[in-house]
Structures are given as C-alpha cells and as structure tokens.
Design a protein around this ligand. Structure first.
Ligand code: CP
Length: 311
C-alpha cells in the first residue's frame, strides 16, 4: 500500500488511481472497529468539518457528521441555501471563504456540476465533493467499492449491472469511472433509452479495457452478474414531469426475480419503488449495509485529508 495519499481534495473519482482507492479502503477497514462498536477516538480532536449542503441529503450528510464525531471532531454547516446568507445574495465563493476561516475541511453538495471544483480553487482547506448535480459522487463510489470488496472479496473479475437513471445518476458515473481501474470488468448498462449513460462516460470506458454493453432489459443480464447496482429515477432532474412519469417504475427488482441467483443487490439510496421491500429480508440485500459502510469510509477520508493538510 502507498504510504502517502496524494490528493488534497476529493472532487472526481477520475483523479484517483488504483493505489489511491486501495489506500482509502484499507484505512476504512482499520477504522471499522470504531465505527461498528460505536466508540469515539481522538484522531481528529479539536478539528472542525464544514458541511455546505445546497441540495437535500440524508446519508451523505449524516454519515459525514457521524464519521467526524467518531474521530473526536465536530462539524458545522447548513443543509439548504435558505438557511445561509446565500439566500441574501452572498456568493458561493465568499461563503466558502467564511467556512475556510472556521473549518479544517469542507464537504460540498450542490445541484450544479463543478461547484466543488470551483470552491477547491478559492479555499486552502481540503474540499470534498458530496455530489454535484448529475456530475460525480466520488465518496459514494469509495463506499460502493468498499461494500463490493467486503461482500464479494474482490474488485477484479466482476460483472456489474448498473440499472435505472444512468443519464443523471452521478453515483453510476463515478462508479463506472472507478471500475476502469480494475481488471476483467464487464458492465451492463441497463436503462430506458431516455436515460442512457452519457457519451462522455462511454468515451471514458472506450479508452480502457472495461467491457460494457447497453441493454434495456434486466432479464437479459440477471443470470450473468455478481452485482445489481440499482438507482432511482430522479424526478428532480427532469424539466418536464410528464417525461418522468413515462419512465417511472421502468425497473423494479423483486424477490422472485432474484431467487436462485448468486448476486448481491446494491443501491446508493434513497429508494422509491425500484427495489421491492420484499427483497429487504433476503440475503441479496446489501443496500443497508452499503449505507452503513459510509461511516468507516468517510472516517478514512476525513482522517487522511485533515491529517495530511493541517491548517
Ligand atoms: N446516497 C446518497 O447520496 O444519499 P443522500 O442523497 O441521502 O445523501
């Protein structure tokens, strides 16, 4: 394993190489005992994390808060622009500079692609992209990879179906990019034609050894995959709600479809109806474990970035 983590900011998973990913996953695995036994360490005692959430979040925000608390640190922030002076017209750059004065690292979620990168250019503390519009969600990808490694035991030689909203789904964009760093990967891109994976991501895949196939039908791939990675059709990304209603419910995974299969079901959550709740009490359900894995993985990210970049 590499001794020093190279990156100061986590903006896009495309900035990572395989060693960078393995570094965070190994750190996470060392921190899992603290996360699972619900202890508090003193690794980041006296440090403060800034949370700038312009877009709603349950898991990402709460798991960053939990991770910081478990490391002995504290956090400040807002969960919508209405509760900050952005609502009075203050610029994002000025707001970020205020946070820089108060905090040791910033976590940003915004509905526009590129906002985290923009902020990382105007502050000197580490910046973490917690999801930027339909762009990237790199820390989600790290916990997704951690979950796959934990549940299946490897990150090479895998067949993964990415299902649902591949057009706007930042989690599947980041995960597709990350999978290019591993060997012998096949990705099935399962979506309605209106929500196909963007050309930019396909272009990234074409430059690598990853094999991929675009299909519209889950039944065509379900017997062949190790992981079904299901995503929500995101109503908030559609300009015309009628377009959303036409596609809503296009893919619903249920217990019967999974019986006898050797695979796991993952989902970044939130779920609407794309995984029937009758899957929840089966061995296939790894989506709640995936959400819990956010804590050790985000602990590893915060510990690494804050310790490597003291103010
Ligand atoms: N997976 C995820 O990003 O969930 P939240 O939107 O609740 O943070």
């Amino acid at each position: 394993m590499i001794k020093i983590f190279r990156l100061k900011n986590i903006i896009s998973i495309k900035d990572f190489n395989r060693e960078d990913i393995e570094y965070i996953l190994e750190e996470a695995s060392k921190l899992e005992d603290i996360a699972q036994s619900r202890k508090i360490s003193e690794e980041l005692k006296g440090k403060i994390l800034g949370l700038m959430f312009f877009e709603p979040s349950t898991r990402t925000k709460m798991s960053f808060e939990t991770a910081m608390k478990r490391l002995g640190g504290q956090e400040i922030g807002f969960e919508n622009s209405g509760s900050s002076s952005v609502s009075k017209g203050e610029s994002i750059a000025d707001t970020a500079k205020m946070f820089e004065g108060y905090c040791d690292a910033l976590v940003i979620r915004h509905e526009l692609e590129g906002v985290s990168k923009f902020i990382s250019d105007v502050v000197n503390v580490p910046v973490i992209n917690a999801g930027d519009g339909a762009g990237q969600h790199p820390t989600q990808t790290l916990l997704d990879l951690y979950t796959i490694k934990k549940e299946i035991g490897k990150l090479d030689d895998l067949k993964i179906a990415l299902i649902g909203d591949l057009k706007y789904g930042r989690t599947v964009h980041s995960l597709s990019n990350a999978l290019t760093l591993f060997n012998n990967i096949k990705i099935y891109l399962v979506s309605p034609k209106e929500l196909k994976m963007p050309q930019e991501i396909l272009h990234d895949l074409n430059k690598t050894n990853v094999e991929y196939e675009e299909v519209e039908n889950i039944e065509k791939v379900i017997d062949d995959v190790d992981v079904l990675y299901v995503t929500r059709i995101q109503k908030e990304r559609f300009i015309d709600v009628d377009d959303y209603l036409k596609i809503k419910g296009a893919y619903i995974i249920n217990k019967k479809m999974l019986e006898g299969k050797d695979l796991i079901v993952m989902h970044p959550l939130p779920r609407i109806d794309e995984i029937d709740t009758n899957v929840d009490n089966t061995k296939y359900n790894k989506y709640f474990a995936q959400a819990a894995n956010a804590v050790p993985v985000r602990m590893a990210i915060l510990k690494t970035l804050i310790k490597n970049n003291p103010k």
